[in-house]
Design a protein around this ligand. Sequence first.
Ligand SMILES: C[S@@+](CC[C@H](N)C(=O)[O-])C[C@H]1O[C@@H](n2cnc3c(N)ncnc32)[C@H](O)[C@@H]1O
Length: 298
Amino acid sequence: MTIKRLGEYLQTLYNEEKKSLLSHYPGLTLHRLKNDIKLHAFLNGVDSEELFDFPYLPSRTNPLTIFFEKLKEGVPLEYITGYAYFYRSLFKVSPDVLIPRSETEILVELATQEIAKNYKKKKCKVIDVGTGSGIIALTLMMEDVAELDVVATDISEKALTLAKENFFNLRYAISAKHNISFHQSDRLVNVEGNFDLILSNPPYIKSRADHDSVHHQVLSYEPAMALFLDDGVYDLWFEDFFRSIFKKLNDDGMSLIEGHENHLEGLAHIATKVGFAKVEVIKDYTGRNRFLRMRKQP
Ligand SMILES: C[S@@+](CC[C@H](N)C(=O)[O-])C[C@H]1O[C@@H](n2cnc3c(N)ncnc32)[C@H](O)[C@@H]1O
């Protein structure tokens, strides 16, 4: 067996398998791959700037061999390393939770702006519905714009366990003046109290109508519960959700919901029907409809 340097092995693998790699990982660059290998190596106890100059022996016990095997299978890089970057932090992820998406950073930005504008002098009560790995709730706390009292909920117990683990891992980056509690709940059912900010990146893909537009890697590896709603219940699911948001939102509060580009106009109508006085559809940086901002007061 020829032993190559890791850099050489990786370069050859990338060149020879490029077509198959790009079909699993659209836009994957060698640079991104190197970064994830460095992260994977670091997490497995290999921390070296010269990593790619070392001889690479593809033995079963080598953590990098496991990385390459999973890479060839098409497992998302974040599930291979067990970590994903979001905003300014690294979050633990697993196949029990959605891999954080960059669009959701805009939701955090919009929420941060609202907090900075209206809650400098008073505590802001926030709920993150469907928290998954906890990225929205925990990032807002780390941004430290004003004092926050946060509730993070999810219907999935496994997601909540991971969100709590991320809170533990990031605890030194979060000021002690903020509070957070975690609850298992279907949307806002049995959630106590009222809120100034109701945030959610809920499952918003129609399982039949949108199925063909979902990348095969997402379909194979990410949790269906985090992504899909049945077409037949879609509007009613959001109507019930928006009614409960209306009830639980303080009069001067705001709700921000991430949604599907094809369905946000429809959801805006539902929000108006439910009674919200101001409903706006907000685009992401690619110009696609991505968020719904709802207020009880115009
Ligand atoms: C699109 S993922 C978002 C996860 C995370 N907030 C993020 O932005 O990456 C949707 C999350 O909602 C949760 N979920 C699905 N149905 C739910 C329901 N009826 N009530 C509360 N959470 C739900 C899923 O378990 C999943 O964690």
